[in-house]
Design a protein around this ligand. Structure first.
Ligand code: C2E
Ligand code: MG
Ligand code: MG
Ligand code: MG
Length: 285
């Protein structure tokens, strides 16, 4: 907001705002140090196709192996990186690493797509398209194997560059998923106008699926809407078999959640995916 406020506007920072700003600067400086020191890692969480019982996608989730703090979760540093602009460099690192990991998955014989999270601010510049296209090219991986997870808010912005970057990527085969669907602006008009391939139902709806009639109906409606619009629906945050049963009843396409697997380092995921999922004792569909 400060950028657009004009010259004669005075800003009054209270103490807590100042403390927060200082905290952000410290985390940001540490993050840039950590990036240079190669402290980040991508964990993967399998996404299961309910109908075929195959894991054919995995979501990449960033972790920070911090020398003092131990394993640091993204909620601690992604919001900071978004505010300081470091998300652009961090996001490029994520895509680069996901491309390297794609080669590892393929060499292990796993035919999968990788879904990577993208922040809205990574789309501000049309240069993002060239940068990402070159990352695919330099790593010799097929851009069709990637899904970009974005949030509804991206479509609400007035930045034309966003849409151009999305369209250009879609043309080279990158698919798009709306992450945390249902928690955003709830203007669903954009679903008709933009290339959306997947909806990821936010885990907050899935959590109370068995206990809240309202959440159950909302989930059912989202799945129906996906069918009408020809958009594949993924339910996030599935922790219990009962939730899976209900989602299957509603004809949901995919599930993701602790019930199947927590996010884990790539080698663990490869081992886990190579075991036939349908031999898992509690996987009775
Ligand atoms: P998200 O994209 O919605 O990812 C799903 C989050 O839910 C992950 O948290 C995952 O570990 C967690 N989760 C998965 N299954 C379950 C479950 O059954 N129950 C519960 N309670 N949680 C589950 P995580 O890994 O801490 O990531 C948090 C958020 O950080 C992500 O939410 C995503 O928005 C962001 N993020 C992660 N990696 C990246 C990245 O590389 N780039 C950007 N821009 N954001 C990222
Ligand atoms: Mg996500
Ligand atoms: Mg996300
Ligand atoms: Mg989500």
């Amino acid at each position: 907001a400060a950028k657009h406020a004009g010259r004669n506007t005075h800003f009054f920072f209270n103490e807590s705002m100042q403390v927060e700003a200082q905290h952000h600067l410290l985390v940001n400086a540490d993050l840039l140090r950590g990036l240079a020191a190669d402290e980040f890692e991508l964990y993967y969480q399998p996404i299961l196709n309910i109908k075929t019982r195959q894991v054919d996608k995995c979501e990449a989730l960033i972790r920070w192996n911090h020398p003092e703090k131990g394993l640091v979760m993204p909620d601690f540093f992604i919001p900071v990186a978004e505010r300081t602009g470091s998300i652009v460099g961090l996001g490029n690192w994520v895509l680069q690493q996901a491309c390297k990991d794609m080669r590892v998955f393929l060499e292990a014989g796993l035919d999968i797509k990788i879904s990577v999270n993208r922040s809205a601010s990574e789309f501000y510049s049309i240069k993002a398209y060239e940068t990402w296209k070159n990352i695919f090219k330099d790593n010799e991986v097929d851009s069709h194997r990637f899904i970009f997870e974005i949030t509804e808010s991206l479509f609400m912005g007035r930045h034309a560059a966003h849409i151009d970057v999305i369209s250009a990527l879609h043309e080279i085969g990158v698919q798009f998923a709306i992450d945390d669907f249902g928690t955003g602006y709830s203007a669903i008009n954009y679903l008709r106008n933009y290339p959306v391939d997947y909806l990821k139902i936010d885990k907050s709806f899935v959590q109370d699926l068995l206990t809240s009639k309202q959440d159950r109906m909302l989930v059912e409606v989202i799945i129906k809407m996906g069918q009408v619009l020809d958009i594949v629906v993924i339910a996030e945050g599935v922790e219990e078999l009962g939730q899976l049963d209900l989602l299957q009843q509603f004809d949901c396409d995919y599930i993701q959640g602790y019930w199947l697997s927590r996010p884990q380092p790539i080698m663990q995921i490869i081992d886990r995916c190579l075991e036939p999922i349908n031999q898992q004792d509690d996987y009775v569909i």
